[in-house]
Design a protein around this ligand. Structure first.
Ligand code: PMV
Length: 335
């Protein structure tokens, strides 16, 4: 009744923002991403306690007990424990400890790593092999815990969560393994600030932007084009697709009601710098952003030392996390 799982966060090339169905967390588009080696969560779950308790700690030694708040991602963790117990026919409170490999206050999307490891460890501890031995089913369960980005971490390397009109049809598949392409994602961490609009709320606000319909129209062929760029290792195409997609998504965010501004002044500064490094200095490099201010600067392993040096020289960059493509969820211990 005890298990440990590790999962990576990931960075999306074609992003998910807004949902077709908020109960089933169905995304409005197929969305693809690369798993990140330096941003992982390791979660242990044991059933048999009187009540549920969840504690998350990070690489700096900070620890936080999670409270059961309705409607938020934290609350979804408790709902997910109920779902795991119900689907697996078990009883007993869960004792959950989760360790992040990076600082939790740094504005790095921890939910993708955290939710994926949480769901895998939970079903493994509950002895539910129907879920743990079927990665597509595991990805559906991770999505149902509230995070599509987390569901992309079920498979190794480069993955995509498919658009579907039902729970059955929306699941993750692999595009290519982690050793397919030596990309590097340098996450430039700017000064941490608590998000004013969580991504859970942002997905609900997306429809209030007059540009959301235009984004859906624009997205039609983009997941296919990004998949092809990954398979062909076509850096230039992936760069163009990713940069346009991230700015398109942030335009929807900034025009929702109320608007959600995630960029900091330094984010814009780094957008301009990265464009200049590519266009003037010929470095293969592009930027992309989640729902936060920190630029993910993607380059090749050959150019990574130069790009890292340039990012570290920026006065607003606190530190840089260096990621290579990584495996997906692993159940590392199951008693
Ligand atoms: O899956 P969520 O609820 O963490 O939302 C992810 C939203 C973005 O990071 C902005 C985009 C993405 O596809 O990762």
């Amino acid at each position: 009744m005890k298990a440990t799982a590790t999962a990576p966060a990931n960075i999306a090339f074609i992003k998910y923002w807004g949902r077709l169905n908020h109960d089933l967390f169905l995304p409005l588009t197929t969305t693809n991403s690369m798993n990140l080696s330096a941003c992982t969560a390791t979660t242990t779950i044991e059933f048999g306690a009187k009540t549920d308790s969840i504690v998350i700690s990070d690489s700096e030694g900070n620890a936080k007990e999670i409270k059961n708040v309705a409607g938020e991602k934290d609350g979804m963790l408790f709902k997910t424990l109920d779902r795991i117990r119900e689907r697996s026919g078990i009883k007993g409170g869960a004792t959950v400890t989760s360790e992040l490999s990076f600082p939790m206050g740094a504005g790095i999307a921890s939910s993708a790593a955290g939710m994926a490891a949480f769901v895998a460890a939970g079903y493994a501890a509950a002895g539910n092999k129907k879920v743990t031995e079927d990665l597509e089913e595991l990805s559906r369960e991770i999505r149902l815990s509230g995070s599509v980005s987390a569901a992309r971490s079920s498979h190794d390397g480069f993955t995509e969560h498919l658009f579907g009109m039902s729970n059955e049809d929306a699941y993750t598949v692999q595009i290519a393994s982690e050793d397919h392409w030596d990309l590097v994602d340098l996450v430039a961490v700017l000064s941490p600030e608590e998000k004013k609009i969580s991504s859970s709320l942002g997905h609900r606000l997306a429809d209030s932007s007059p540009f959301m319909q235009a984004r859906i129209e624009y997205l039609k062929d983009k997941p296919d084009l990004a998949r092809k760029a990954i398979l062909d290792k076509d850096f230039e195409s992936l760069a163009t697709l990713s940069e346009i997609d991230t700015i398109n998504m942030h335009a929807v965010m900034m025009t929702s009601n109320p608007p959600a501004f995630y960029f900091a002044p330094a984010s814009i500064d780094i957008i301009k710098a990265v464009t200049d490094w590519r266009e003037s200095d010929g470095i293969p490099v592009f930027y992309t952003f989640d729902a936060g201010p920190n630029p993910h600067v993607i380059t090749t392993s050959k150019s990574a030392p130069e790009v890292l040096k340039r990012l570290q020289a920026h006065p607003e960059v606190q530190f840089v996390l260096e990621n290579i493509p990584a495996p997906g969820v692993r159940i590392t211990d199951n008693e």
